[in-house]
Design a protein around this ligand. Structure first.
Ligand SMILES: *[C@@H]1O[C@H](CO)[C@@H](O)[C@H](O)[C@H]1NC(C)=O
Length: 148
């Protein structure tokens, strides 16, 4: 008994090694994505900080967003496109599995005409955009996002 225990304790830390290998192998698929949060907002969407009252600013898909302070970049974010995926939320099963969207930044979250469903998020998604990746009962989701 004591011998097998001492043999066990001299084993290399295999579980740790496996964990490291697992983490490294999982990483490449997400290496360009950042994590953040998203709220949603509803019409009216005009005017926006980026394009004023120009109705043609919205992509025909209606997948667009207002940028939070983290990505607003002093207005340089206007027109940027982001791939967004819902990863989790407080309520289980909020995220719609295997859905991602591409949104265009048209506004600054802090000055958008309509209030966001939650404050201080990375991206405030149009109602269409939010509904494509998550249950709209949620006010706040955790996201993975990357600029396209
Ligand atoms: C969305 O979330 C609400 C509240 O958690 C739940 O009652 C409803 O069934 C959910 N809808 C879907 C389609 O999962």
């Amino acid at each position: 008994m004591s011998m097998s225990r001492s043999r066990n304790s001299r084993l290399p830390p295999c579980p740790w090694l496996l964990l490291v290998v697992f983490l490294v192998s999982e990483f490449p698929s997400n290496s360009y994505a950042d994590v953040g949060t998203s709220a949603r907002y509803a019409p009216p969407y005009l005017p926006t900080t980026c394009y004023g009252g120009e109705a043609t600013q919205f992509p025909s898909s209606n997948l667009f967003a207002a940028a939070g302070d983290g990505i607003w970049d002093n207005g340089a974010a206007c027109g940027r496109q982001y791939l967004v995926r819902c990863v989790s939320a407080e309520q289980p099963r909020t995220c719609i599995p295997d859905q991602s969207i591409q949104v265009k930044i048209v506004d600054y979250a802090s000055s958008a005409v309509s209030a966001a469903s939650a404050p201080s998020t990375t991206l405030v998604l149009s109602d269409k955009a939010f509904a494509t990746i998550a249950n709209t009962s949620a006010a706040l989701i955790n996201i993975e996002f990357q600029q396209v």
